[in-house]
Design a protein around this ligand. Structure first.
Ligand code: GDP
Ligand code: IMO
Ligand code: MG
Length: 404
Protein backbone atom coordinates (compact mmCIF):
# COMPACT_ATOMS: atom_id res chain seq x y z
CA UNK A 1 0.00 0.00 0.00
CA UNK A 2 1.23 3.47 -0.91
CA UNK A 3 0.29 6.70 0.80
CA UNK A 4 1.14 9.90 -1.03
CA UNK A 5 2.01 13.13 0.76
CA UNK A 6 1.84 16.31 -1.31
CA UNK A 7 1.87 20.07 -0.84
CA UNK A 8 -1.46 21.76 -1.61
CA UNK A 9 -0.12 25.27 -2.29
CA UNK A 10 3.02 26.77 -3.92
CA UNK A 11 5.50 24.52 -2.12
CA UNK A 12 7.21 24.93 1.27
CA UNK A 13 4.08 23.83 3.13
CA UNK A 14 6.24 21.91 5.63
CA UNK A 15 6.14 18.57 3.78
CA UNK A 16 9.61 17.54 5.02
CA UNK A 17 8.67 17.87 8.67
CA UNK A 18 5.49 15.84 8.21
CA UNK A 19 7.22 13.09 6.17
CA UNK A 20 9.86 12.79 8.91
CA UNK A 21 7.09 12.46 11.50
CA UNK A 22 5.25 9.74 9.57
CA UNK A 23 8.35 7.88 8.28
CA UNK A 24 8.64 5.34 11.17
CA UNK A 25 5.23 3.95 10.06
CA UNK A 26 6.62 3.08 6.60
CA UNK A 27 9.17 0.65 5.15
CA UNK A 28 10.14 3.06 2.40
CA UNK A 29 9.90 6.78 1.68
CA UNK A 30 10.17 7.68 -2.01
CA UNK A 31 10.55 10.96 -3.86
CA UNK A 32 8.73 10.68 -7.20
CA UNK A 33 9.26 13.99 -9.03
CA UNK A 34 11.22 17.23 -8.96
CA UNK A 35 14.83 17.66 -8.02
CA UNK A 36 17.06 19.98 -6.05
CA UNK A 37 14.64 22.87 -6.60
CA UNK A 38 13.03 21.35 -3.49
CA UNK A 39 14.23 22.20 -0.01
CA UNK A 40 12.62 20.12 2.74
CA UNK A 41 13.47 21.13 6.30
CA UNK A 42 13.53 18.84 9.32
CA UNK A 43 14.29 20.13 12.80
CA UNK A 44 15.16 17.36 15.24
CA UNK A 45 16.35 18.13 18.78
CA UNK A 46 17.20 21.65 17.63
CA UNK A 47 19.34 20.42 14.70
CA UNK A 48 18.23 21.59 11.23
CA UNK A 49 18.48 19.35 8.16
CA UNK A 50 17.64 20.76 4.71
CA UNK A 51 17.13 18.01 2.12
CA UNK A 52 17.00 18.73 -1.62
CA UNK A 53 17.23 15.28 -3.21
CA UNK A 54 17.30 12.70 -0.45
CA UNK A 55 13.85 11.77 0.93
CA UNK A 56 12.83 13.07 4.35
CA UNK A 57 12.71 9.57 5.87
CA UNK A 58 16.51 9.33 5.93
CA UNK A 59 16.90 10.08 9.64
CA UNK A 60 15.07 6.90 10.65
CA UNK A 61 17.22 3.75 10.86
CA UNK A 62 14.58 1.30 9.58
CA UNK A 63 13.22 3.22 6.61
CA UNK A 64 14.59 2.80 3.08
CA UNK A 65 14.75 6.02 1.07
CA UNK A 66 14.19 5.93 -2.66
CA UNK A 67 14.87 8.64 -5.23
CA UNK A 68 12.33 7.65 -7.88
CA UNK A 69 12.20 7.41 -11.67
CA UNK A 70 10.37 10.72 -12.09
CA UNK A 71 13.08 12.81 -10.44
CA UNK A 72 16.00 14.83 -11.80
CA UNK A 73 19.28 14.58 -9.90
CA UNK A 74 22.25 16.92 -9.63
CA UNK A 75 25.25 14.74 -8.65
CA UNK A 76 27.00 17.60 -6.84
CA UNK A 77 23.97 18.48 -4.68
CA UNK A 78 23.31 14.81 -3.99
CA UNK A 79 26.85 14.07 -2.80
CA UNK A 80 26.89 17.24 -0.65
CA UNK A 81 23.76 15.96 1.06
CA UNK A 82 25.27 12.52 1.53
CA UNK A 83 28.36 14.10 3.14
CA UNK A 84 26.28 16.37 5.37
CA UNK A 85 24.18 13.45 6.63
CA UNK A 86 27.21 11.23 7.15
CA UNK A 87 28.83 13.97 9.23
CA UNK A 88 25.67 13.76 11.38
CA UNK A 89 26.34 10.00 11.81
CA UNK A 90 23.42 8.96 9.62
CA UNK A 91 24.07 5.73 7.72
CA UNK A 92 22.83 7.27 4.49
CA UNK A 93 24.47 4.81 2.04
CA UNK A 94 22.69 1.88 3.73
CA UNK A 95 19.29 3.59 3.54
CA UNK A 96 19.38 5.19 0.09
CA UNK A 97 18.45 3.72 -3.31
CA UNK A 98 18.45 5.72 -6.54
CA UNK A 99 16.45 4.93 -9.65
CA UNK A 100 18.50 3.94 -12.71
CA UNK A 101 15.95 5.93 -14.76
CA UNK A 102 16.14 9.23 -12.89
CA UNK A 103 17.49 12.04 -15.07
CA UNK A 104 20.94 13.56 -14.59
CA UNK A 105 21.24 17.33 -14.22
CA UNK A 106 24.59 18.36 -15.70
CA UNK A 107 26.31 21.78 -15.37
CA UNK A 108 25.15 22.82 -18.86
CA UNK A 109 21.51 22.34 -17.74
CA UNK A 110 22.02 24.88 -14.98
CA UNK A 111 23.60 27.31 -17.42
CA UNK A 112 20.73 26.84 -19.87
CA UNK A 113 18.31 27.54 -17.00
CA UNK A 114 20.11 30.84 -16.34
CA UNK A 115 20.12 31.91 -19.99
CA UNK A 116 16.48 30.93 -20.57
CA UNK A 117 15.45 32.83 -17.46
CA UNK A 118 17.51 35.92 -18.37
CA UNK A 119 15.98 35.99 -21.86
CA UNK A 120 12.47 36.15 -20.35
CA UNK A 121 13.12 39.59 -18.81
CA UNK A 122 10.02 40.82 -16.95
CA UNK A 123 8.28 37.54 -17.64
CA UNK A 124 10.85 35.51 -15.71
CA UNK A 125 9.51 32.56 -13.73
CA UNK A 126 11.75 33.03 -10.73
CA UNK A 127 13.24 29.58 -11.23
CA UNK A 128 15.59 28.22 -8.59
CA UNK A 129 18.09 27.90 -11.50
CA UNK A 130 18.92 24.34 -10.49
CA UNK A 131 18.63 23.10 -14.10
CA UNK A 132 15.23 21.47 -13.51
CA UNK A 133 13.44 22.76 -16.64
CA UNK A 134 16.28 22.01 -19.11
CA UNK A 135 16.79 18.51 -17.63
CA UNK A 136 13.10 17.63 -18.05
CA UNK A 137 13.20 19.18 -21.54
CA UNK A 138 15.96 16.72 -22.47
CA UNK A 139 14.04 13.84 -20.92
CA UNK A 140 11.04 14.50 -23.14
CA UNK A 141 13.25 15.22 -26.15
CA UNK A 142 14.68 11.73 -25.51
CA UNK A 143 18.26 12.93 -25.38
CA UNK A 144 18.82 13.02 -21.60
CA UNK A 145 21.36 11.03 -19.63
CA UNK A 146 19.92 8.81 -16.94
CA UNK A 147 21.53 7.67 -13.69
CA UNK A 148 21.97 4.17 -15.13
CA UNK A 149 24.14 5.67 -17.89
CA UNK A 150 26.91 6.58 -15.45
CA UNK A 151 27.92 2.89 -15.49
CA UNK A 152 28.34 2.84 -19.29
CA UNK A 153 31.91 2.58 -20.59
CA UNK A 154 31.21 5.43 -23.02
CA UNK A 155 29.42 7.72 -20.53
CA UNK A 156 31.96 10.49 -21.19
CA UNK A 157 31.26 10.32 -24.90
CA UNK A 158 27.50 10.39 -24.27
CA UNK A 159 27.92 13.50 -22.16
CA UNK A 160 30.06 15.23 -24.80
CA UNK A 161 27.31 14.60 -27.39
CA UNK A 162 24.67 16.10 -25.11
CA UNK A 163 26.90 19.05 -24.24
CA UNK A 164 27.47 19.75 -27.95
CA UNK A 165 23.71 20.16 -28.34
CA UNK A 166 23.53 22.43 -25.30
CA UNK A 167 26.38 24.56 -26.64
CA UNK A 168 24.52 25.21 -29.88
CA UNK A 169 21.71 26.75 -27.83
CA UNK A 170 24.03 28.53 -25.39
CA UNK A 171 25.99 30.08 -28.26
CA UNK A 172 22.76 31.34 -29.82
CA UNK A 173 22.15 33.13 -26.50
CA UNK A 174 25.64 34.65 -26.76
CA UNK A 175 27.41 32.66 -24.03
CA UNK A 176 30.60 34.47 -22.99
CA UNK A 177 34.15 33.30 -22.31
CA UNK A 178 33.77 33.55 -18.52
CA UNK A 179 30.69 31.32 -18.59
CA UNK A 180 32.46 28.74 -20.71
CA UNK A 181 35.29 28.66 -18.16
CA UNK A 182 32.80 28.33 -15.32
CA UNK A 183 31.14 25.47 -17.17
CA UNK A 184 34.45 23.61 -17.39
CA UNK A 185 35.16 24.10 -13.69
CA UNK A 186 31.64 22.89 -12.80
CA UNK A 187 32.13 19.83 -15.02
CA UNK A 188 35.20 18.78 -13.03
CA UNK A 189 33.16 18.92 -9.80
CA UNK A 190 30.27 17.13 -11.44
CA UNK A 191 32.40 14.27 -12.73
CA UNK A 192 34.00 13.88 -9.29
CA UNK A 193 30.53 13.60 -7.77
CA UNK A 194 29.46 11.10 -10.45
CA UNK A 195 32.51 8.97 -9.67
CA UNK A 196 31.35 8.85 -6.03
CA UNK A 197 27.75 8.16 -7.07
CA UNK A 198 28.85 4.94 -8.74
CA UNK A 199 29.36 3.54 -5.24
CA UNK A 200 25.79 4.32 -4.17
CA UNK A 201 22.98 1.80 -4.67
CA UNK A 202 21.37 2.36 -8.07
CA UNK A 203 18.51 0.00 -8.86
CA UNK A 204 15.31 -0.69 -10.81
CA UNK A 205 13.22 0.92 -8.09
CA UNK A 206 9.87 0.19 -9.77
CA UNK A 207 10.57 -3.55 -9.38
CA UNK A 208 11.77 -3.07 -5.84
CA UNK A 209 8.65 -1.13 -4.87
CA UNK A 210 6.21 -3.47 -6.61
CA UNK A 211 7.97 -6.45 -5.02
CA UNK A 212 7.71 -4.73 -1.64
CA UNK A 213 4.03 -4.02 -2.21
CA UNK A 214 3.32 -7.68 -3.03
CA UNK A 215 4.90 -8.58 0.32
CA UNK A 216 2.86 -6.01 2.25
CA UNK A 217 5.40 -3.20 2.53
CA UNK A 218 4.12 0.25 3.42
CA UNK A 219 5.43 3.06 1.26
CA UNK A 220 5.18 6.81 1.65
CA UNK A 221 5.54 8.80 -1.58
CA UNK A 222 6.97 12.25 -0.77
CA UNK A 223 5.88 15.04 -3.11
CA UNK A 224 8.04 18.04 -3.87
CA UNK A 225 6.89 21.55 -4.78
CA UNK A 226 3.14 22.07 -4.49
CA UNK A 227 -0.02 21.49 -6.50
CA UNK A 228 -0.24 25.12 -7.62
CA UNK A 229 3.21 24.71 -9.23
CA UNK A 230 2.11 21.63 -11.25
CA UNK A 231 3.31 21.86 -14.87
CA UNK A 232 -0.23 21.26 -16.17
CA UNK A 233 -2.64 22.35 -13.42
CA UNK A 234 -0.61 25.15 -11.85
CA UNK A 235 -0.48 28.82 -12.82
CA UNK A 236 1.28 28.13 -16.15
CA UNK A 237 3.84 29.32 -17.19
CA UNK A 238 4.77 30.25 -13.59
CA UNK A 239 5.17 26.63 -12.58
CA UNK A 240 7.83 23.97 -12.20
CA UNK A 241 8.58 21.39 -14.91
CA UNK A 242 6.98 18.29 -13.38
CA UNK A 243 3.52 17.13 -12.38
CA UNK A 244 3.34 17.67 -8.65
CA UNK A 245 -0.14 16.28 -7.89
CA UNK A 246 -0.69 12.87 -6.31
CA UNK A 247 -1.29 11.05 -9.63
CA UNK A 248 2.35 11.78 -10.47
CA UNK A 249 3.42 9.24 -7.80
CA UNK A 250 2.24 6.40 -10.10
CA UNK A 251 4.37 7.62 -13.00
CA UNK A 252 7.31 8.61 -10.84
CA UNK A 253 7.51 5.27 -9.05
CA UNK A 254 6.08 2.87 -11.63
CA UNK A 255 3.10 1.70 -9.59
CA UNK A 256 -0.55 1.16 -10.47
CA UNK A 257 -3.18 3.70 -9.32
CA UNK A 258 -5.12 1.16 -7.25
CA UNK A 259 -2.05 0.70 -5.02
CA UNK A 260 -2.57 4.21 -3.64
CA UNK A 261 -4.39 4.30 -0.33
CA UNK A 262 -4.27 7.60 1.61
CA UNK A 263 -3.43 10.99 0.13
CA UNK A 264 -2.06 13.31 2.79
CA UNK A 265 -2.36 16.97 1.82
CA UNK A 266 -0.23 19.55 3.63
CA UNK A 267 -1.16 23.25 3.68
CA UNK A 268 -0.03 26.34 5.51
CA UNK A 269 -2.38 28.35 7.75
CA UNK A 270 -1.57 31.30 5.48
CA UNK A 271 0.10 31.17 2.05
CA UNK A 272 3.52 31.77 0.56
CA UNK A 273 5.04 31.75 -2.90
CA UNK A 274 8.67 32.09 -4.07
CA UNK A 275 9.26 33.36 -7.57
CA UNK A 276 6.84 35.06 -9.98
CA UNK A 277 3.22 34.38 -10.84
CA UNK A 278 -0.30 35.20 -9.68
CA UNK A 279 -1.11 35.23 -5.96
CA UNK A 280 -4.66 36.56 -5.44
CA UNK A 281 -4.48 36.86 -1.63
CA UNK A 282 -0.93 38.30 -1.53
CA UNK A 283 -0.07 40.82 1.18
CA UNK A 284 2.56 43.04 -0.38
CA UNK A 285 2.59 45.21 2.76
CA UNK A 286 3.55 45.33 6.44
CA UNK A 287 1.20 42.48 7.34
CA UNK A 288 2.94 40.23 4.80
CA UNK A 289 6.29 41.33 6.23
CA UNK A 290 5.14 40.47 9.78
CA UNK A 291 4.12 36.96 8.65
CA UNK A 292 7.46 36.54 6.85
CA UNK A 293 9.43 37.45 9.96
CA UNK A 294 7.50 35.28 12.46
CA UNK A 295 7.16 32.42 9.96
CA UNK A 296 10.80 32.75 8.88
CA UNK A 297 9.63 32.73 5.26
CA UNK A 298 12.88 32.51 3.35
CA UNK A 299 13.50 29.84 0.69
CA UNK A 300 15.21 26.67 1.96
CA UNK A 301 16.97 26.29 -1.41
CA UNK A 302 17.71 29.83 -2.59
CA UNK A 303 17.28 31.91 0.59
CA UNK A 304 14.95 34.26 -1.33
CA UNK A 305 12.16 36.06 0.51
CA UNK A 306 8.88 34.19 0.21
CA UNK A 307 5.87 36.30 -0.75
CA UNK A 308 3.18 35.99 1.95
CA UNK A 309 -0.61 36.20 1.85
CA UNK A 310 -3.85 34.94 3.38
CA UNK A 311 -5.06 31.36 3.09
CA UNK A 312 -7.09 30.99 -0.12
CA UNK A 313 -9.72 28.29 0.43
CA UNK A 314 -10.93 28.50 -3.15
CA UNK A 315 -7.49 27.38 -4.40
CA UNK A 316 -7.19 24.88 -1.54
CA UNK A 317 -10.51 23.24 -2.38
CA UNK A 318 -9.41 22.80 -6.00
CA UNK A 319 -6.10 21.18 -5.08
CA UNK A 320 -7.81 18.92 -2.53
CA UNK A 321 -10.05 17.62 -5.32
CA UNK A 322 -7.25 17.23 -7.89
CA UNK A 323 -5.18 15.24 -5.42
CA UNK A 324 -8.01 13.22 -3.86
CA UNK A 325 -6.89 14.27 -0.39
CA UNK A 326 -8.07 11.95 2.40
CA UNK A 327 -6.04 13.42 5.27
CA UNK A 328 -5.32 17.09 5.89
CA UNK A 329 -2.36 18.58 7.74
CA UNK A 330 -2.23 22.28 8.60
CA UNK A 331 1.21 23.75 9.34
CA UNK A 332 2.52 27.03 10.72
CA UNK A 333 -0.66 27.69 12.73
CA UNK A 334 1.64 29.04 15.46
CA UNK A 335 2.67 31.93 13.20
CA UNK A 336 -0.75 33.61 13.00
CA UNK A 337 -0.67 35.11 16.50
CA UNK A 338 1.94 37.61 15.32
CA UNK A 339 -1.15 39.58 14.20
CA UNK A 340 -4.12 40.72 16.34
CA UNK A 341 -6.43 39.53 13.58
CA UNK A 342 -5.98 37.75 10.29
CA UNK A 343 -8.07 36.81 7.25
CA UNK A 344 -8.77 34.04 4.77
CA UNK A 345 -10.46 33.94 1.36
CA UNK A 346 -13.41 31.54 1.41
CA UNK A 347 -14.30 29.23 -1.49
CA UNK A 348 -16.82 31.81 -2.75
CA UNK A 349 -14.11 34.48 -2.93
CA UNK A 350 -15.16 36.51 0.17
CA UNK A 351 -12.55 37.82 2.59
CA UNK A 352 -13.28 36.77 6.22
CA UNK A 353 -11.58 38.17 9.33
CA UNK A 354 -10.65 36.16 12.42
CA UNK A 355 -9.51 37.37 15.86
CA UNK A 356 -6.14 35.97 16.88
CA UNK A 357 -4.94 34.60 20.28
CA UNK A 358 -2.05 35.32 22.63
CA UNK A 359 -0.97 31.77 23.55
CA UNK A 360 2.06 30.16 21.87
CA UNK A 361 0.58 27.10 20.14
CA UNK A 362 3.90 25.24 20.09
CA UNK A 363 3.67 24.43 23.80
CA UNK A 364 0.18 22.88 23.48
CA UNK A 365 -0.09 19.11 22.98
CA UNK A 366 -3.87 18.46 23.01
CA UNK A 367 -6.45 19.69 20.53
CA UNK A 368 -8.89 20.58 23.32
CA UNK A 369 -6.31 22.82 24.98
CA UNK A 370 -5.91 25.00 21.84
CA UNK A 371 -7.30 28.57 22.03
CA UNK A 372 -10.99 28.86 21.11
CA UNK A 373 -10.18 31.45 18.41
CA UNK A 374 -7.82 29.00 16.72
CA UNK A 375 -10.37 26.18 16.87
CA UNK A 376 -12.96 28.51 15.31
CA UNK A 377 -10.55 29.12 12.41
CA UNK A 378 -10.12 25.36 11.93
CA UNK A 379 -13.92 24.86 12.00
CA UNK A 380 -14.37 27.61 9.43
CA UNK A 381 -11.84 25.93 7.10
CA UNK A 382 -13.42 22.50 7.59
CA UNK A 383 -16.94 23.75 6.92
CA UNK A 384 -15.89 25.65 3.83
CA UNK A 385 -13.85 22.90 2.17
CA UNK A 386 -15.96 20.04 3.53
CA UNK A 387 -13.03 18.03 4.87
CA UNK A 388 -11.61 17.53 8.37
CA UNK A 389 -8.15 18.70 9.44
CA UNK A 390 -6.44 15.69 11.04
CA UNK A 391 -3.04 17.02 12.05
CA UNK A 392 -1.95 20.44 13.33
CA UNK A 393 1.70 21.40 13.19
CA UNK A 394 2.53 24.03 15.81
CA UNK A 395 6.25 24.63 15.20
CA UNK A 396 9.26 23.52 13.15
CA UNK A 397 10.40 20.85 15.63
CA UNK A 398 9.49 17.21 15.06
CA UNK A 399 7.72 17.14 18.43
CA UNK A 400 5.56 20.24 17.81
CA UNK A 401 2.50 18.46 16.49
CA UNK A 402 -1.09 17.73 17.51
CA UNK A 403 -2.87 14.69 16.08
CA UNK A 404 -6.62 14.72 16.51
P1 GDP B 1 8.76 21.87 2.49
O1 GDP B 1 9.49 22.29 1.26
O2 GDP B 1 7.30 21.69 2.24
O3 GDP B 1 9.36 20.68 3.17
O4 GDP B 1 8.88 23.10 3.49
P2 GDP B 1 10.21 23.97 3.81
O5 GDP B 1 11.12 23.19 4.66
O6 GDP B 1 10.76 24.56 2.56
O7 GDP B 1 9.58 25.20 4.58
C1 GDP B 1 8.85 25.03 5.74
C2 GDP B 1 9.54 25.84 6.86
O8 GDP B 1 8.66 25.95 7.95
C3 GDP B 1 10.77 25.17 7.41
O9 GDP B 1 11.65 26.15 7.88
C4 GDP B 1 10.23 24.34 8.56
O10 GDP B 1 11.22 24.08 9.56
C5 GDP B 1 9.16 25.25 9.08
N1 GDP B 1 7.98 24.61 9.67
C6 GDP B 1 7.35 23.45 9.34
N2 GDP B 1 6.23 23.30 10.06
C7 GDP B 1 6.13 24.38 10.85
C8 GDP B 1 5.15 24.84 11.80
O11 GDP B 1 4.14 24.22 12.06
N3 GDP B 1 5.41 26.05 12.42
C9 GDP B 1 6.51 26.79 12.14
N4 GDP B 1 6.66 27.94 12.78
N5 GDP B 1 7.43 26.40 11.25
C10 GDP B 1 7.23 25.22 10.62
P1 IMO C 1 9.60 22.43 -2.13
O1 IMO C 1 9.65 20.95 -2.45
C1 IMO C 1 8.66 26.47 -3.40
C2 IMO C 1 9.26 27.44 -7.61
C3 IMO C 1 10.36 28.42 -7.93
C4 IMO C 1 9.81 29.06 -9.19
C5 IMO C 1 9.11 27.90 -9.88
C6 IMO C 1 9.95 27.23 -10.95
O2 IMO C 1 10.66 22.87 -1.19
O3 IMO C 1 8.23 22.79 -1.70
P2 IMO C 1 12.10 25.68 -10.97
O4 IMO C 1 13.38 25.75 -10.18
O5 IMO C 1 11.33 24.44 -10.71
O6 IMO C 1 12.32 25.98 -12.41
O7 IMO C 1 11.23 26.92 -10.41
O8 IMO C 1 8.79 26.97 -8.86
N1 IMO C 1 9.67 26.26 -6.81
C7 IMO C 1 9.40 26.11 -5.51
N2 IMO C 1 8.80 26.93 -4.65
N3 IMO C 1 9.06 25.24 -2.99
C8 IMO C 1 9.64 24.39 -3.86
O9 IMO C 1 9.94 23.11 -3.54
C9 IMO C 1 9.88 24.83 -5.18
N4 IMO C 1 10.44 24.26 -6.27
C10 IMO C 1 10.30 25.16 -7.27
O10 IMO C 1 10.55 29.35 -6.90
O11 IMO C 1 8.83 30.00 -8.86
MG1 MG D 1 10.77 23.83 0.58
Amino acid sequence: MIDVLIGLQWGDEGKGKIVDMYAPNYDMVARFQGGPNAGHTLVIDGKKYILHTIPSGIIHPNTLNIVGTGTVIDPVTLMKEVDFLKAEHIAVEERLIISDKAILIMPSHKMLDEYFEKSKGEQKIGSTLRGIGPAYQDKYARIALRIGDIFNADFDKQYQALKAQHLIILKSYGINEADLEKLQADEINCFEAIERMRKLRVDVIEDLINDGLSKGSKILAEGAQGSLLDITFGSYPFVTSSNTISASACIGLGVAPQKIDRVIGVFKAYMTRVGSGPFPSELDNEIGETLRVKGFEFGATTGRKRRCGWLDLNLLKRTIIQNGVTDLVITKSDVLNCLPEFSALSTDGQLHSFPSWTEELSTITQYDALPENFKSYISFIENDIQLGVNVISTGPQRSEIIIR
